[in-house]
Ligand binder design. Structure first.
Ligand code: NAD
Length: 339
């Protein structure tokens, strides 16, 4: 398939790498010419890394790169383009303008997909002359590693389009899930429980970003904490998503955006892509802070009180066993020792 990706930022380049590696011809375009050059360099370096790790042959790398076509003009005619994936700024007017120009440049048979994180797919489609040709195709960052993709039909989307997008996604090795065109779709709506709450914890001075991230990793078992995730996504993107979901759900208080984000966005504290966010990146930034020493009474024994019913005895034994397995000294008996 010949796919045109418009927007060669963090997402566009990841989608380009994924689709070109899976055998599709990918035209990559952006209003900033340097974004396309950077993106092609980025994809080349990622494929190089895959070859070095033995996950891709040098011949496959060369073939993938040959399928990646940098495009100087995003609105160039493209009679063979079958699918457009738009990954420009999270802003309705910008996306409407992009699709308007593409609608004039490309054949009416080309399907349009938007990678919006939080705007209404139906509203983006409504700006087109033919709203039935557009659906949401929501990837996650980094695209080659995040194997889930949300397929989002708008109210007017032709019924065969979600099925075709699902086949494309699964043909490239990712998992497609069809979700409703509701604010934040599924993953970002659920994600408010992590990110919006983490910002509320910070706002209320319960703990700092490093402590909250550590708890999310150690206790919730996540690969990264909410502040690390915001730095990876980019706070400019995250803040737009937070606002858009809040507005979409009619300003529900549980989704209220933190007052902490707007100033950080205008200050350019977007995270990895600007070198500074909740953490610092790049040369001289230093590594992550070491885990603090456990102090205080961490080496004192834990007293497990007797009592309870016969049915509960196995649970008390299991608890004692778990504590001991974790290196805790357990005392049982009538009362705790002086220790
Ligand atoms: N970053 C994420 O984790 C993430 C995840 C899922 C979806 N998204 C969505 O993907 C989209 C892009 O996000 P991103 O993180 O890649 O942003 P980004 O800022 O890294 O890249 C956006 C790119 O779009 C280009 N652009 C802006 N206006 C344009 C126009 N009119 N025509 C052509 N190109 C234009 C910019 O030059 C830039 O290179 C957004 O809708 C975002 O919500 C982002």
């Amino acid at each position: 398939m010949r796919i045109r990706i418009v927007g060669a930022g963090a997402m566009g380049r990841g989608i380009a790498q994924w689709a070109a590696s899976a055998g599709h011809t990918v035209e990559l375009a952006d209003v900033r010419a340097e974004a396309v050059t950077d993106a092609v360099g980025f994809v080349a370096s990622m494929l190089e890394r895959a070859v070095a790790k033995g996950r891709m042959s040098a011949a496959d790398r060369d073939a993938s790169l040959a399928r990646l076509v940098p495009l100087a003009d995003p609105w160039a005619a493209g009679p063979d383009v079958e699918l457009v994936i738009e990954a420009v700024r999270e802003d309705l007017e910008t996306k409407a303008e992009v699709f308007g120009k593409l609608e004039r440049a490309l054949p009416s048979s080309a399907v349009f997909a938007t990678n919006t994180s939080s705007l209404s797919v139906t509203r983006i489609a409504a700006t087109l002359q033919d709203p039935s040709r557009l659906a949401g195709l929501h990837f996650f960052n980094p695209v080659p590693l995040m194997r889930i993709v949300e397929v989002v039909p708008g109210a007017a989307t032709r019924p065969e389009i979600p099925a075709a997008l699902t086949a494309l996604v699964e043909g490239c090795g990712h998992r497609a899930v069809t979700v409703a065109d509701s604010p934040g779709f599924l993953v970002n709506h659920a994600g408010r429980g992590l990110v919006t709450e983490a910002l509320a914890l910070l706002e209320e001075s319960v703990a700092g970003p490093a402590a909250i991230d550590r708890i999310a990793r150690d206790v919730l078992g996540l690969r990264m904490g909410p502040f690390e995730l915001m730095d990876l996504t980019g706070l400019d993107v995250t803040a737009a998503v937070i606002d858009s979901i809040w507005q979409g759900f009619r300003y529900e208080d549980r989704l209220r955006p933190s007052y902490l984000t707007p100033n950080r966005v205008v200050a350019g504290l977007h995270g990895r892509k600007t070198g500074r966010g909740w953490y610092a990146y790049g040369e001289g930034a230093g590594g992550p802070a070491p885990e603090p020493e456990v102090t205080g009474d961490g080496d004192r024994p834990v007293f497990l009180a007797p009592g309870g019913s016969a049915e509960s005895a196995p649970y008390a034994d299991a608890l004692a066993g778990s504590l001991e397995a974790a290196g805790v000294r357990v005392e049982r008996g009538e009362g705790p020792s002086a220790e």
